[in-house]
Write a protein that binds this ligand. Structure first.
Ligand code: ATP
Ligand code: MG
Length: 186
């Protein structure tokens, strides 16, 4: 006769881990974010994909977005993250998140969000962006992006990496900085 007390309870499903890869345009967010997604097996989303058509047009024509343009965009990314938290799926999403207020909006009521700030020297970004085909963010927006950037503050969850060296090296440092390094000794 089966004894119900012998049945072990199902292991609790771990909470989601959601990493927002932030930084100015061309800093390497998509490259690092996709790398994290591949290594960790996490879903990846491009924050840019949550922009309205009007925002995309504005950026394509070289006009900086206003905060009024940004709030609905950030809310959409936040909604996506909330879905991941609710289903306890870890994920990685890119979002420039240059200002503290944007980051505060993104993580409000979302306890499993943390940031990875990808920093790169402006001359390196300019050089890389000149060689990037088919992308709507022109290099002329870089100075305004750098002027807007507010680095992570000590009370914000997250960490910063410098985009120097190969993409593989940057990914490696990012995984280490996030404490996601998988054991490669086996
Ligand atoms: N470590 C690296 N070494 C060489 N090239 C790199 C490295 N990291 C990124 N790149 C290249 O630099 C360019 C910008 O990188 P990426 O597209 O990842 O930046 P991004 O922050 O996502 O930009 P955006 O905000 O405009 O989407 C790309 O062409 C990418 O292939
Ligand atoms: Mg990108």
């Amino acid at each position: 006769m089966p004894d119900a007390l012998d049945e072990s309870p199902a292991a609790p499903q771990p909470e989601a881990d959601v990493v927002i890869v932030m930084g100015v345009s061309g800093s390497g967010k998509s490259t690092v974010g996709k790398g994290i997604s591949t290594v960790m097996g996490w879903e990846f989303a491009e924050g840019d994909a949550f922009h309205s058509e009007a925002n995309v047009e504005k950026m394509r024509s070289g006009q900086p977005l206003t905060d009024e343009d940004r709030w609905p965009w950030l809310e959409s990314i936040g909604d996506w993250i909330s879905g991941k938290e609710a289903s306890r799926e870890s994920a990685v999403v890119t979002c420039s998140a240059l200002r503290r207020v944007y980051r505060d909006l993104l993580r409000r009521d979302r306890p499993h969000v943390r940031f990875l700030h990808v920093e790169a020297a402006s001359d390196l970004i300019e050089d890389r962006m000149q060689h990037r085909p088919g992308h709507y963010m022109p290099p002329s927006l870089l100075p305004s992006q750098l002027a807007t950037l507010e680095p992570l503050e000590p009370d914000e969850p997250g960490t910063t990496v410098t985009n120097e060296g190969t993409a593989a090296a940057v990914l490696d440092r990012s995984l280490n900085a996030l404490g996601l390094r998988k054991d490669t000794t086996s």
